[in-house]
Design a protein around this ligand. Structure first.
Ligand code: NAD
Length: 376
């Protein structure tokens, strides 16, 4: 069985598989191919892959059309789906609720597709959970980016030349990214406050030594997967009012709020930004799903009228691309290995399996995923 890892698009700094992870696939009996130049942004030469026994392909189209499994980080172009073999498997992030044409193309071309976003949040699937592995590094990178942009140190310093106060950091949204952002800002010595609509995270925030901000927005709740439910317009208004004061006293605000399968909620309005101190920094981690911050733009730093920098990096895990590639490749390996039958050397599909039933989107010419069917 042949598995192929094409090079990602030019602006992607991460690599879908590192040489040592590719070797693990070889060891379970797969024929592994990577596209020539796959690791160039991380200074990983073709020779490093070849040294592990991996075939390096100089002909992307042939490898795409002859492989049984194709793995990527980002979704493929439609014309590249068309060249894939019938009944072959494609695994990557697909953003399935916003890419109807792509999902239909997979179904029409009889390609089995797995969406990495849809790996369920259950214990058995933790080792395959790429949303978490990437969000964790994204949370770290957001704090590092903010500290680079801020003209103030994070820790308090008492020196003969005067006392420097610690920076105040406010984290909005305490999922995987938010927790890592809190931990990173604390390690750097900042005073950290955090808010989430799910009250259950209060304990987690406190256990990291940060202060949980309580704003009573009424009934919030969470889905059975642990995701936040969308707030009503009135609830968002209450949240914004409650946060205005905290934002105005913060040197850094990092927003990570997401509602699964829906556009990110708009939380920081221009009015709230205008109430912040000049020189403060905002990082909008939700910029690529609609944005939590009014005026933020993907891959731009916008300076507001009152001198607040609004950072909108859409690929924060890519800022620590080496580690992000390592853990993403491990997620892929763990997924494939879970369903790899070493005797028949085949990937076995049981669509009743609790993980596959959630993350397989198309199979045998049909859209088979319930959530995707409901939303597209
Ligand atoms: P996410 O990226 O969907 O959202 C980030 C955070 O934003 C969430 O904590 C959410 O509650 C919050 N949020 C949404 N609307 C908000 C608003 N208006 N204001 C403030 N915050 C808002 O979340 P995630 O990081 O993917 O985590 C989702 C859940 O899944 C969490 O409970 C997490 O602990 C859980 N999880 C479980 C596992 C597992 O294997 N059991 C693995 C990973 C994550």
């Amino acid at each position: 069985m042949q598995i192929f890892f094409p090079k990602e698009r030019e602006e992607e700094k991460r690599v879908s598989i590192l040489p040592e992870t590719a070797k693990k696939l070889l060891e379970i009996g797969m024929h592994v191919e990577v596209e020539s130049g796959i690791g160039q942004d991380l200074f990983l030469s073709d020779g490093l892959y070849e040294g592990m026994g991996i075939k390096v392909s100089k002909d992307r189209k042939t490898s795409l059309s002859s492989s049984d499994i194709i793995c990527r980080i980002n979704k493929p172009e439609l014309d590249e789906v068309a060249v894939q073999k019938k009944d072959s498997l494609h695994i990557s992030f697909l953003d399935p609720f916003n890419n109807t044409n792509l999902i239909k193309k997979f179904a029409d071309s009889n390609i089995i597709s797995i969406s990495m976003e849809l790996i369920p949040r259950i214990t058995r699937a933790q080792k395959m959970d790429a949303l978490s592995s990437q969000a964790n590094l994204g949370g770290y990178a957001a704090v590092i980016e903010a500290s680079r942009c801020l003209s103030k140190s994070f820790p308090m310093m008492m020196t003969a030349a005067g006392t420097i106060s610690p920076s105040r950091v406010f984290i909005i949204g305490v999922g995987v990214a938010g927790l890592q952002a809190i931990a990173t800002a604390k390690r750097l010595g900042a005073r950290v406050e955090a808010f989430d609509t799910r009250p259950v995270v209060e304990e987690q925030v406190k256990s990291l030594g940060a202060k949980f901000i309580k704003i009573d927005v009424g009934d919030t709740g969470e889905t059975e997967q642990g995701y936040a439910k969308e707030l009503t317009k009135d609830q968002i208004k209450i949240q914004q009012e409650g946060m205005k004061n905290i934002c105005s006293r913060s040197n850094v605000v990092i927003t990570t709020a997401q509602v699964f399968g829906r556009p990110a909620p708009l939380i920081l309005t221009t009015e709230m930004i205008e109430a912040m101190q000049p020189g403060s920094v905002v990082v909008d981690m939700a910029v690529s799903t609609g944005g939590n911050v009014e005026g933020s733009l993907p891959n731009k730093v916008i300076i507001s009228k009152n001198g607040v920098s609004i950072i909108g990096l859409s690929n924060l895990p890519g800022e620590v691309a080496s580690d992000a590639s390592l853990v993403y490749g491990n997620n892929l390996f763990n997924l494939i290995n879970e369903y790899w039958d070493a005797d028949s050397k085949k990937f076995s599909f049981d669509l009743d399996d609790e993980i596959l039933s959630k993350c397989v989107v198309t199979h045998k010419g049909k859209i088979v995923n319930k959530l995707v069917m409901e939303r597209i």
